[in-house]
Design a protein around this ligand. Sequence first.
Ligand code: ADP
Length: 450
Amino acid sequence: MFEKVLIANRGEIALRIHRACREMGIKTVAIHSTADANAMHVKLADEAVCIGPATARDSYLNKAAIISAAIMTGADAIHPGYGFLSENAEFAEMVRAHGITFIGPEPEMIRLMGDKISAKKAAVEAGLPVIPGSDGEIKTSADAVTFANRIGYPVIVKATAGGGGKGMKVAHSESELVEAFELARKEAQNAFGNPAVYLEKYLQTPRHIEIQVLADNYGNIVHLGERDCSLQRNHQKILEETPSPALNPEQREQIGSVVVQAMKKLGYTNVGTVEFLYENGQFYFLEMNTRIQVEHPITEAVTGIDIVRDQIRISSGSVLGYRQEDIRFNGCAMDCRINAENPDTFLPQAGTIGQWHTPGGLDVRVDSEMYAGYTVPPYYDSLIAKLIVHGRTRNGVLMRLRRSLEEFVIEGIPTTIPVHQRIISNPEFIDGQYNIHWLENFLKKDKQNL
Ligand code: ADP
């Protein structure tokens, strides 16, 4: 097992990783920018190294500074968390070249899944169902039109290097497509330095359902069921739940085993999430995230498995230690992402926290780095807390979530708690009747009623 892990991240996930290491008797090294010197995980870690100024490019994305910090402190592994360098194959290779373990899959796997065209090809070869679309890059708008006529409108133009919803444009007709094609290429060039785009059929009422996998280095692979992440705003997840209200246990087992077989074929190791769009009983592969995800705690709540702990164990060469048939899914869980944002405009807002009181009680978990008197810096993602609630029934979870949101006190900065309160009291949401467009429509209607 590792003796010392460097946590190459910030915010709640840095604390989450610190907690897992602590419970495993592993020493931790925090790295931080000048803006994060007062962060909770920096105070709790055994050692802390300031690696640069506030701008992420100069600190949390500064590969050389992070690896130097690991060498200086004698860390034997680096946990990248999510975001930042977590899906950067070059960083994973550099870490490895310095004799340090990168807590994640092989760099080749990160690279394969990081490009949407190669990921989709790999998914097809591994037997996963994909969204009908072009086999590879589409180079001209004329080719795009020919292809769209073959598969039918609406279509979506997507950047092969895409991420965070950038370089994606929907088209309902030939004239829209010509415009969307040029726009998407430009956006992709600006955001990723790579203008390549491809075409897919645009699904109109899908849900976003993803499958969590865990795989050791010896061919032992399990899935931990699904998460329904259909509640999105600007392609950003807001509230996630498991199990999905749209799946029954047989469907879960079926898609789970398809994913496990595919991961075996690919030779995938470590933690990963395979994301699908789900419409009319069909799953369509969207992408694979080769890292721990923000919403992983709801899966931990229903399975009782500490995913970060097992990720660290697997990375150090340990055997997974359990099989698919050992995994039980108990009850339901939901996660509310609480952001430091104006709840009406969603504009991020930095500031100093006054009172800070988190809800508690049975089956209530809050993952957050915040405390009273802490100043939220303006430079990073606005996520300040995740409220994770577990219960035996979905109804019980909704009741518990309602009282937990009521108990949560955050003074000094605006938060999205009121948005969550409105979502969970909506009858359609209570019925589980939603798809990936539901939240944006709900917010529009909600605004008109205010
Ligand atoms: P990114 O990597 O930029 O997040 P994804 O491929 O994961 O892009 O897609 C993000 C979101 O965009 C999905 O969750 C879904 O809401 C929407 N989307 C992507 N492809 C399609 C499609 N073919 N049809 C309908 N919606 C899509």
